[in-house]
Design a protein around this ligand. Structure first.
Ligand SMILES: Nc1ncnc2c1ncn2[C@@H]1O[C@H](COP(=O)(O)OP(=O)(O)OP(=O)(O)O)[C@@H](O)[C@H]1O
Length: 543
């Protein structure tokens, strides 16, 4: 066949179908009429992962995409060197091709062990090496100089086809990722509709009035409050009532990202911008374009990142790491922090200009200890929530004796701490009534001195501890005389023993590891064992 006709027919086959399986099966048939071959294979070359990745293998009756990676180890310089020298080479015997043997081994499950000649066509564009196409011969010496000449005609159409295939795959993957994100967002939106803010008519009334003022607005909003007060919940509410409610809502916890990755996380990066940047990554600002970005724990941003964030907020453009041109973004910012930003301004650890950019509409969330009227409502809410999750059928009640103590406790971890405590109490006593106060610290310094009356608080805590001890004493078989000083020590041990027994029983005797009693009790398994020995509780305890 004349060179021109060969070139034309080859191009027609390669571009005959968008589906690579169909196009390459057709191309194989054509090539098999021109070369003495049993198969063709195409490998992409990944210099960063130092490997060749098999894209496909076509034999007379099938097209396969097996997941085969051929490691290159230290052969990369040689490969790149050989790229520059030869366009085609036969490497079956005494070949210069450094990975010939590994390449043959990788395909032997499909082609068998028989010796064959291979014609290898290096594929490259102006950007560098793409990979190689192999024509896999029928015998050891089946290829002639005429075949080597013909394979050289294939270089540009096959390189182009391979580049298109890679782009097509990337687009496909991107679409898949976007579909997943859309589903996730749809799920979140549905979830948000069911989120209720407890205390909106009591302790959070003023906060909710401020939130409502933001309805239909897009002003930057800064939510301040101690940890666990519900800042994220309020941010969700602000987003929900904004004109951007149906647009992307992206959250990022600024405190959870290592300083070196913050830029890439917020602004994205171009492929190859730094070691490990294997693909181009879209940053959170671009993801949130047209919608809202929630910058949680904004007070944790290191100074350099604060400067870059400020620049983006001022210019409304971002630059990907390693990118060359600025990208316009339209993002509404909601930020939150539990850090005292005003003190940080004075200390110079938070930039004043950034603070004023974010602080257009501040919302201050009160700590739980300042809204004790919400505590019973929250306890009820969390009991219902966890009962549903743990599939507990009966309506579980809170032991009414706890209420006073719960409202006197200072709740340093705020609503999150209360939520965790309810979960723990329900896990340990799924039948109720819940004696949550049992898990609170007994030291009176943890309690708010009610109307500055410390003695009152001490007596309150004492009263509660006595109540628990009395309950335990009723159950205990060994009893000390009432009002005996040693009775308290004995009762504290029995409280502890009873509690440990309950937990060990719940955990079916398991002490360490996931779901073990030590994990539930949040103590070291060895400490728990020692304590069990001291309290004469046998391992694998069963009542
Ligand atoms: N008013 C509330 N009603 C119902 N649940 C609440 C309320 N406030 C907080 N929660 C729940 O308490 C937990 C902690 O809330 P959230 O994560 O919003 O606190 P945060 O202030 O953002 O904490 P951090 O500063 O540690 O990030 C969440 O599970 C949240 O759903």
């Amino acid at each position: 066949m004349e060179d021109f006709d060969f070139y034309k027919d080859l191009n027609l086959c390669i571009s005959s179908n968008l589906n690579p399986g169909n196009a390459w099966s057709k191309t194989f048939k054509f090539l098999a009429s021109q070369f003495p071959i049993d198969a063709i294979s195409l490998h992409s070359y990944d210099s960063q992962l130092a490997s060749l990745h098999l894209q496909f293998l076509v034999m007379s009756d099938c097209y396969l995409e097996p997941d085969i990676i051929v490691p290159l180890y230290d052969d990369i310089p040689e490969i790149e060197q050989s790229e520059k020298q030869d366009t085609a080479q036969n490497f079956t015997h005494c070949s210069k091709w450094p990975v010939a043997q590994r390449h043959l081994n990788a395909l032997k499950d499909y082609l068998g062990n028989a010796d064959r000649a291979y014609l290898v066509m290096m594929l490259r564009t102006e950007e560098g090496v793409l990979g190689h196409l192999c024509l896999i011969g029928k015998t050891v010496d089946c290829f002639t100089a005429e075949h080597e000449h013909k394979i050289m005609l294939m270089q540009s159409p096959v390189s182009l086809a391979m580049m298109n295939m890679q782009r097509h795959r990337q687009t496909h993957e991107l679409k898949h990722r976007l579909d997943l994100q859309r589903l996730q967002l749809a799920g979140e939106v549905k979830l948000l509709k069911n989120v209720s803010i407890i205390g909106r008519h009591s302790g959070l009334r003023k906060t909710m009035e401020m939130v409502e003022q933001l309805a239909g607005k897009e002003a930057p909003t800064l939510i301040l409050g101690e940890t666990g007060t519900g800042k994220e919940l309020i941010a969700d509410a602000v987003q929900r009532i904004s004109p951007r409610t149906d647009k992307p809502y992206v959250k990022i916890n600024c405190g959870a990202i290592p300083e070196t990755l913050i830029d890439s996380e917020l602004f994205g990066h171009q492929k190859g911008a730094f070691t490990g940047a294997l693909t181009t990554k879209i940053g959170r600002f671009e993801q949130a374009d047209g919608g809202t970005l929630f910058l949680d724990e904004v007070g944790e941003l290191p100074p350099k990142a604060q400067v870059r964030l400020l620049r983006v907020l001022q210019n409304e453009t971002i630059e990907r790491v390693g990118g060359e041109k600025p990208i316009k973004v339209d993002v509404r910012i909601i930020a939150a922090t539990n850090r005292p930003l005003e003190t940080m301004l004075q200390q110079g650890t938070f930039r004043e200009d950034l603070y004023y950019r974010l602080n257009v509409f501040p919302i201050q969330l009160p700590p739980l200890r300042e809204r004790d009227e919400d505590i019973p409502l929250l306890v009820r809410h969390f009991i219902n929530q966890f009962s549903q999750r743990l599939k507990l059928s009966d309506e579980i009640q809170l032991n009414p004796k706890c209420r006073e103590l719960l409202q006197a406790y200072s709740w340093p971890g705020n609503v999150r701490e209360l939520r965790n405590l309810v979960e723990r109490a329900l896990t340990i006593s799924p039948k109720g009534p819940l004696n949550i106060s049992r898990y609170l610290p007994q030291d009176s310094s943890w309690y708010i001195s009610n109307k500055n009356n410390e003695d009152y608080m001490k007596s309150l805590v004492q009263k509660e501890v006595h109540k628990v001890l009395e309950e335990m004493d009723l159950k205990a078989s060994t009893r000390q005389p009432a009002h005996d000083q040693s009775r308290h020590a004995q009762s504290l041990d029995s409280v502890m023993a009873e509690h440990i027994c309950t937990v060990v029983e719940q955990c079916h005797g398991k002490i360490n590891g996931p779901g073990g009693a030590a994990e539930v009790l949040e103590i070291n398994p060895n400490t728990l064992r020692k304590r069990m020995e001291k309290l004469n509780i046998p391992y694998g305890y069963k009542r």
